[in-house]
Design a protein around this ligand. Sequence first.
Ligand code: 4GW
Ligand code: MN
Length: 297
Amino acid sequence: MASHAPWTECGMDCEVQSKHTFRKTDVLTMSPWLAPIIWNGSYDSAILNAQFNQRDVHVGITIFAIKKYTFFVKNFIETAENVFMIGHKVTYYVFTDRASDIPVMNLNEGRSMSILEVPSYPRWQDVSMRRMEMIRDFSHERFFREVDFLVCVDVDMRFNDEVGVEILSNLFGTLHPGMFGVQREGYTYERNPESEAYIPANEGDFYYAGGFFGGSIEEVYNLTNFCHNAMMKDKAKNIEALWHDESYLNKYLLLHKPTKILSPEYLWDDDFGIPDFLKRRRFLAVRKNHNEMRNRR
Ligand code: 4GW
Ligand code: MN
């Protein structure tokens, strides 16, 4: 066989077509609006790293550690230091109501951490939903001056494999691991027509996860602003969408199609097993005891 670039060596699920083109055939790699869906074997890190280095890209990653969730920060950042955006400038933005519980961490060169003190809310649903408002406000106040892209993720997670600049784009969302392979009618979108998050049964492209989205600061501002405003409109009517911030995120990404889509490699939970199509598990849910965490102050 002729020699070819290493990124074409992606196993049985790829067809090598020539030195510079190939086809990954086991999963969807392009949305109907021509946004790439990012899987192992669908890109070349060396090319992308060179492109993003030319732009001297600086990536911000937001995590929320409210109340007991400060527990997750240490392992999150330790594992991110090994595989997240290696070779690029990174700032961890840690939103917390307990700054003194956030450990001082040793970070590699070009990487820093900012602690952002924010209020807590008694209901965990509000803790989760208010992330939109806080990301919006800090995007306006400082993120736009400090970083080029924002990656907004859950904190009850650990990095297990590379997550790099292949994810970066104006607006990206991630396929929910629990909804992969589910038909559209089965997606757990908000189905109440009174809600701002409402999506009818015959609409919707993908079911995106609330725990991993991002993009340019401007796009993330628009997304979080929409979601927060929609949540406030619903709240005034005493409505809360089924999956809280995730429901509003799905509505936004239906109305504003993402320019890249991350496969479930980027947000996996081993409780779903390890299916054949999943060649890498890059970012994994950490098992947590919900009763232990629930509504603790
Ligand atoms: C149930 O008792 C709780 S507590 C559900 C969420 C809680 C919570 C969430 C919290 O107490 N503190 C906190 O900072 N969060 C943030 O919201 C944290 O960043 C977390 O990753 C995110 C979403 O909550 P979650 O990860 O528990 O949601 P799922 O179960 O969908 O991964
Ligand atoms: Mn989570």
